[in-house]
Design a protein around this ligand. Structure first.
Ligand SMILES: *Cc1c(COP(=O)(O)O)cnc(C)c1O
Length: 359
């Protein structure tokens, strides 16, 4: 059986080589007579897997030594609460930039624990761009500034990293590892795994050490970053299998040439697809050119009545999961690291053919 081309926004495509390795390891990991899922997380074998995964991630992102890397649960959504619970540090409020649905959710959750100052929002423009930095209403007393570098649903990506005097916090769920990143510019980065890291069930947090240890009173023990940091993310049983698979993805990324190579490939994939959309009267993408996401490409057809036919024909060609998010409709092609260039080429061919027949 050959694999389909999978454009799912998340849980998203995994590298075929990673799945093949997992298949080899599944029943009997390295002759131990059992699967990784059946091993103690405290045993030398799993601890080795966990430490190697962390080291590989540190190598890929060049993470400075004064940052902790945590492998947690609850997805990016729990981070919407865990960030204010840990990083408020006695401050009254935090600054948030609102560039789409995921920013909105982060803001809504933070309001339970903190004063929230929305420094800029593109809601009036239907989230089609990132508000210019010189218009942001920053509060110098804010505990931190939170933003969403890549809005997965609206396909809006920042073309800059904000430079502010307070700790910078970023929800990198849908674009982490897609290109090199200067981690030292951030106080905290978090990313749910199921877009560009591994299977669902794990979330990676990269946090500067000096921000730890000030958790709000009454916070559950498991939500204190300092507790996870002290216990190697094993205060309780971690999602061992997801951690192992994330580790395989990190090794695969190194084999591909690391994040510089991924950045080139990702830029090429996105450029091609946007060129196909812009070069046709039949397809459209509404996002400002400077803020078009390299990872998630939403587009509409000239006639929304053709959406169902488009999706059905695509599926017949085994181009899967192209429906846009239920909140915005239309189409969306997610082009994460594990989506090969050949998948994008096949999609562009199909789109051209479909437009000729239905346009
Ligand atoms: C998918 C996504 C989330 C939600 O992730 P969960 O793991 O489902 O909680 C949050 N933020 C962004 C940017 C996302 O893409």
């Amino acid at each position: 059986m050959t694999r389909a081309y999978n454009f799912c926004a998340g849980p998203a495509a995994l590298p075929e080589a990673v799945l093949q390795q997992a298949q080899i390891d599944l029943v009997d990991w390295q002759g131990r007579g059992c699967s990784i899922m059946e091993m103690s997380h405290r045993g030398a074998d799993f601890v080795g897997i966990a430490e190697q995964a962390e080291q590989d991630l540190r190598d890929l992102l060049n993470i400075p030594a004064n940052y902790k890397v945590l492998f947690l649960q609850g997805g990016a959504t729990l981070q919407f609460a865990q960030v204010p619970l840990n990083l408020l540090r006695g401050h009254a409020s935090a600054d948030y930039v609102c560039t789409g649905v995921w920013s909105e959710k982060a803001i809504e959750e933070a309001r339970k624990y903190a004063g929230v100052n929305v420094v800029a929002t593109d809601v009036a423009n239907n989230f089609r761009s990132v508000p210019a930095f010189n218009t942001w209403q920053l509060d110098p007393k804010a505990a931190y500034l939170h933003y969403t570098p890549n809005e997965t649903i609206h396909g809006v990506e920042f073309d800059f990293i904000p430079q502010v005097d307070v700790p910078l916090v970023a929800d990198y769920s849908s674009s982490i590892l897609s290109e090199p990143l200067d981690v030292s510019k951030f106080g905290l980065i978090y990313a749910g795994a199921q877009k560009n890291i591994g299977p669902a069930g794990i979330v990676v947090v990269i946090v500067r050490e000096d921000l730890l240890g000030h958790v709000k009173a009454g916070t559950p023990t498991l939500l204190d970053y300092a507790v996870s940091a002290k216990n190697g993310s094993m205060y309780n049983t971690p999602p061992t299998y997801a951690w192992y698979l994330a580790g395989l993805v990190f090794q695969w990324l190194k084999q591909q040439g690391g994040l510089t190579a991924m950045a080139e490939l990702n830029a090429r994939k996105a450029r091609k697809l946007y060129a196909a959309i812009d070069g046709s009267d039949f397809y459209a993408n509404p996002v400002a050119l400077a803020n078009r996401s390299r990872m998630n490409v939403p587009f509409t057809l000239a006639d929304a009545k053709l959406d169902k036919t488009f999706l059905a024909e695509a599926e017949q060609l085994r181009l899967l999961n192209l429906a846009g998010h239920r909140s915005v409709g239309g189409m969306r092609a997610s082009l994460y690291n594990a989506v090969p260039e050949a998948a994008v080429d096949a999609l562009i061919d199909f789109m051209g053919d479909f437009a000729r027949r239905h346009g």
